[in-house]
Design a binder for this molecule. Structure first.
Ligand code: ATP
Ligand code: MG
Length: 559
C-alpha cells in the first residue's frame, strides 16, 4: 500500500541492507503465521500490516501460514475467521495459503535426519520430570537417562510413537543440544509429543504432533521465507531455530523481533479473550467492545483507519503500551470525512411549537457532510411537535449552560430559532414536555435582524421520526492496565460494569429509514454510529463507534 512507503524503521533498514548485499534480483518473502486458536485482534493487525506491507513495499510476497500444530485448541472456525479478517483489512495472500500441518511428513523426515546425526533422542521422562531435569536460570539442567540411546533404538521408537503404540505423555522426541546452556530453550527441547487427538486438517493420520518450536523455523525454511518477523518473546528461541536449521543444512531465514502492540483499557491475549467469550462476559468474539478485528468491524471501524493506526504506532524493540485514545483518533479522522451527518435524539423530550400551524409540514435543507463538498444535501421534515435531547433543557440553568431554558431562545439546526415559553411537569416534578414559539423569519437558522443565540440543538419531527435502539460502549476494563493485579485476584475483576449501555427509544430523522448493517453516520453532536447486524425490518440497532471528543488531541496538547 502506497501509504507505507515513506516509513523507515529498524526492520526496513535491515531489509534494505540485506537487499543491497544480495543484488537487485533478490526479492523478500515474509509470512503472517497465526495459530488458528482464536480470532485475530488489533495486535495481529499490526503484524499483518507489517508483513504484507513489507512485501508490498519491497516488491516481494507474503504468505499466510497457519501454525496449526496443536489439535487440542484449534478449529476450522478460527482459520476461516482469520482469512475473513485479513481480507477485510485489505491484504491478499493470493494462492499462498499454507499450513504447518502440510509439513508434518517433511518434519518427520527432518526428525529422522537429526536422529541419524545423533542430535535427537526419544525420552521416557514424564512432562513433570522433564521440567525438573531442565534446571533453572541459575542452575544447570540434568541429562535424561535416555540421552545415550542408540540411533537404531531411537529410530525404532520414533516409528512406534508414530504408529500409535504408546499412550499420550509416555514418550517425547527431544533435540540433543546442551543441558547446561544458559538459554533454557537449548536444554534438550521437546520436538514431538504424543497426542491421540484428531486434527482439523490431518484427521487421525497422526497421533504425535510437532511442538511450535520444532515446526515454526522449519516451516519458514520450507517456504523460503527471507525475513521471519516475530514478536519479542521469540528472541530467546532464535538460537534454537538457528540450531535446527544449521543441523539440517536447509535454507536459513533471518528472524527479526519487534515489540508487540499493547493497548490501554483492554487485553491482547487470545487466551484471555477466549475466556471472556466462553464465560460470556462479552457477546462473542465480535462483541463491539472486544479488541478483535471482528469486534472493531462490527463497531464501525474501517480497515483504512486501523491500517493508519498500525502505520503510525511504529516499530520498536522495547515493550510499550499505546493509549486507546490514539486508536480512536484515527477512527474519528477517517469517519469525519466519510460519515454523513444526520440528526438523532437519544433521550427524547417532546417540544410543542405553539405558534406553528397544526397541520403544517415543511421540508428543510440539511447539509450531508460539511467536510465533503460532494456529499450534497437532503431534506428533513419539520412540524409542530418535535423531539430534542432531554439534556438540552434545564429549568434552572447554571451559569455556563447556554442551551434551552424558560424564556431562552436557541437555534434548531437547519430550521428556526425557538423560544421556550413553558415546561409542563408531571406530579413528581419531572419535565413532560416543553412549549415553545418559533420565529418564521429565522427559517434556515439565521435571524435577519442579526440577533444571536448561543446554542444550536439537533432535533427530529415527532411524527416523521423513526424509532431505533442504540448501544453505547465504554472501555472494556476499568483499569488502564487490566493485568496489573493484586495477589490472588483475576483480570476479570477489572472488567467495567458499564462498558455497554442500551438506549431503547431513540428517535431518528426519516432519512435513516432502510439503513443497512455496516452503514455509518455521524449523529450531530453525539458521535459516530454504525448500523448493527442485529437490525431487523422492524427495528434499527446502532452501535456507537466513537464519540466526537478527541481525547488524543487533548493528551497531545497537554504533553
Ligand atoms: P498465542 O499465545 O496463541 O501464540 P499470539 O497472540 O502469539 O497468541 P499467534 O496466532 O501466534 O497469536 O500470532 C500470529 C502472529 O501475530 C505472530 O507472528 C505474533 O507474533 C503476532 N502477534 C500476536 N500478537 C501481537 C501483538 N499484540 N502485536 C503484534 N504482533 C502480534
Ligand atoms: Mg504465538
Amino acid at each position: 500500500m502506497s501509504d507505507i512507503k515513506e516509513k523507515t524503521d529498524f526492520i526496513r533498514d535491515i531489509i534494505s541492507k540485506d537487499l543491497e548485499k544480495e543484488g537487485s534480483n533478490r526479492k523478500i518473502h515474509t509470512r503472517f503465521p497465526p495459530e488458528p486458536n482464536g480470532y485475530l485482534h488489533v495486535g495481529h493487525a499490526k503484524s499483518i500490516c507489517l508483513n504484507f506491507g513489507l512485501a508490498d513495499e519491497f516488491g516481494g510476497k507474503c504468505n499466510l501460514r497457519f501454525d496449526d500444530t496443536n489439535p487440542t485448541k484449534e478449529e476450522s472456525e478460527y482459520a476461516e475467521s482469520i482469512k475473513t479478517d485479513i481480507k477485510w483489512l485489505g491484504f491478499d495472500w493470493e494462492d499462498r495459503e499454507y499450513y504447518a500441518s502440510d509439513y508434518f511428513e517433511k518434519l518427520y523426515e527432518f526428525a529422522i535426519a537429526l536422529i541419524k546425526k545423533g542430535k535427537a533422542y526419544v525420552c521416557d521422562l514424564s512432562a513433570e520430570e522433564i521440567r525438573q531435569y531442565r534446571g533453572t536460570l541459575t542452575t544447570p539442567g540434568k541429562e535424561s537417562p535416555c540421552r545415550s540411546r542408540s540411533q537404531e533404538e531411537n529410530l525404532a521408537l520414533l516409528k512406534e510413537m508414530r504408529d500409535g503404540k504408546y499412550p499420550d505423555g509416555s514418550k517425547v522426541l527431544r533435540a540433543k543440544i546442551d543441558m547446561s546452556s544458559p538459554n533454557l530453550n537449548m536444554r534438550d527441547p521437546v520436538m514431538y509429543r504424543i497426542l491421540h487427538k484428531s486434527h482439523h486438517r490431518t484427521g487421525s493420520s497422526w497421533c504425535m504432533y510437532p511442538t511450535y518450536d520444532w515446526a515454526h523455523g522449519q516451516s519458514d525454511s520450507i517456504e523460503n521465507i527471507t525475513h521471519s518477523i516475530c514478536t519479542l518473546e521469540f528472541e530467546d528461541h532464535r538460537p534454537l531455530y538457528d540450531w535446527f536449521i544449521d543441523q539440517l543444512g536447509i535454507h536459513h531465514p533471518r528472524q527479526i523481533e519487534f515489540a508487540r502492540l499493547n493497548l490501554t483499557y483492554t487485553v491482547m491475549s487470545k487466551r484471555m479473550l477466549l475466556e471472556l467469550v466462553e464465560k460470556k462476559y462479552v457477546n462473542g468474539w465480535d462483541d463491539p467492545r472486544m479488541p478483535t478485528i471482528s469486534g472493531m468491524r462490527r463497531r464501525g471501524y474501517s480497515p483504512q483507519a486501523i491500517r493508519n493506526f498500525c502505520l503510525q504506532i511504529g516499530l520498536a524493540k522495547a515493550e510499550s503500551t499505546v493509549d486507546i485514545a490514539f486508536l480512536e483518533h484515527f477512527i474519528r479522522e477517517d469517519l469525519n470525512k466519510k460519515a454523513a451527518r444526520v440528526m438523532a435524539v437519544l433521550n427524547p423530550l417532546k417540544v410543542i411549537i405553539d405558534n406553528y400551524p397544526d397541520s403544517k409540514e415543511e421540508e428543510l435543507t440539511a447539509v450531508n457532510n460539511p467536510e465533503d463538498p460532494c456529499a450534497g444535501t437532503r431534506k428533513v421534515p419539520f412540524s409542530k411537535i418535535l423531539y430534542i435531547e432531554r439534556e438540552d433543557f434545564i429549568e434552572d440553568p447554571p451559569k455556563k449552560f447556554y442551551r434551552l431554558a424558560p424564556g431562552r431562545e436557541v437555534r434548531l439546526r437547519y430550521a428556526y430559532f425557538i423560544k421556550c415559553v413553558d415546561a409542563v411537569k408531571d406530579s413528581d416534578g419531572s419535565i413532560l414536555e416543553l412549549h415553545c414559539t418559533y420565529d418564521p423569519a429565522t427559517r434556515g437558522g439565521d435571524a435577519p435582524d442579526g440577533r444571536k443565540v448561543k446554542a444550536t440543538l439537533h432535533w427530529v419531527s415527532a411524527k416523521h421520526s423513526i424509532p431505533a435502539e442504540v448501544r453505547l460502549f465504554g472501555h472494556l476494563f476499568i483499569k488502564e492496565n487490566p493485568l496489573k493485579l493484586e495477589e490472588g485476584s483475576d483480570f476479570k475483576e477489572n472488567l467495567s460494569p458499564h462498558s455497554s449501555q442500551v438506549v431503547k427509544d431513540v428517535r431518528l430523522e426519516p432519512s435513516l429509514y432502510g439503513a443497512k448493517p455496516g452503514n455509518i453516520y455521524q449523529f450531530e453532536r453525539l458521535g459516530y454510529f454504525c448500523v448493527d447486524s442485529d437490525t431487523t425490518n422492524g427495528k434499527i440497532v446502532f452501535n456507537r463507534t466513537v464519540t466526537l471528543k478527541d481525547e488524543w488531541a487533548k493528551i497531545r496538547t497537554a504533553t
